[in-house]
Design a binder for this molecule. Structure first.
Ligand code: PLP
Length: 264
């Protein structure tokens, strides 16, 4: 019997993000999301955080050396079909990550430019944001800032002497979840100038912890499954909206609970 004929290839998604002990955001949310889409997550942890629904009280980055070793262990095992980059706490890690992604010719790179936690507290040093624009954006296929992150990064572009985000070769998804209104509208601008709008009715409630993590890892999962960027964003947005509807009926933490990605 040819065992190989029974094999089916499961796409691998490389997750590069931080640990949130309450599981709402970061690596736990990323892994749950990949599992829901039937892709296989491999996880490279950038930092341990101490946080809960009240905010972040500590961030302990791993060394750049350990980051590189985790990444190389993954690349030695499999070539990821897509990457989701979340919390990168400092510039040294950004440079290391960019070097390793470049070395392996990684495609389908999704960059969620995480800066602070919604519940309060920085997750990334300011110099990491500069480094992200200089070193990671050129390797990125799609960047997914919320309104605050977009304004902050757009303000930095002149200082790093690069063209504004719109001029980069990455697709830009500007998320509208934190803009007040009955609708949550995200706008996607592709590098060729084509644009798309994704609008859903706002889901009531405050169980929103990790929404950006879920969305970006769902985009990476769908790119890994072979969807193009506009379709991957649409599928990710639909997934997030149903996750938020589930969350709005659940009570896990006293306030600001997780965006659940349960399959039921
Ligand atoms: N903690 C970690 C490790 C994260 O990666 C993120 C976001 O990416 C957050 C916290 C913030 O999550 P939120 O602002 O959705 O609560």
């Amino acid at each position: 019997m040819n065992r190989n004929s029974d094999r089916s290839d499961v796409p691998v998604v490389l997750l590069v993000s931080g640990m949130d002990p309450t599981g709402g955001a970061g690596m736990s949310a990323d892994i749950r999301t990949c599992t829901a889409f039937g892709v296989y997550p491999m996880s490279c942890v950038t930092a341990l955080t101490v946080q809960n629904y009240r905010g972040v009280s500590a961030v302990r980055p791993v060394s750049s050396q350990l980051l590189a070793e985790q990444l190389e262990a993954i690349y030695e095992s499999a070539m990821p079909a897509a990457v989701k980059i979340g919390m990168i706490p400092n510039a040294a890690q950004v440079r290391t990550l960019a070097r390793v992604l470049k070395k392996h010719g990684q495609h389908n790179v999704v960059l969620d430019p995480v800066l602070t936690a919604t519940a309060g507290g920085p997750l990334t040093r300011q110099n990491a944001a500069y480094a992200m624009l200089s070193h990671l954006l050129p390797l990125t296929d799609i960047i997914t800032p919320n309104a605050k992150e977009y304004d902050y990064l757009a303000g930095l572009t002149s200082k790093v002497q690069m063209s504004p985000l719109e001029m980069s070769l990455a697709a830009l998804l500007r998320k509208g979840g934190d803009v007040p209104g009955d609708q949550c509208s995200d706008s996607l601008r592709m590098p060729d100038g084509t644009s798309y709008t994704y609008s859903t009715a706002r889901v009531p409630g405050n169980n929103l912890h990790g929404t950006g993590c879920v969305l970006s890892s769902a985009i990476a999962a769908n790119l890994a499954l072979g969807f193009d960027i506009p379709a991957a964003v649409r599928r990710a947005k639909n997934f997030l909206t149903s996750a938020l509807r589930t969350s709005s009926r659940c009570h896990i933490t006293p306030d600001y609970g997780p965006a659940l990605t349960l399959i039921n």
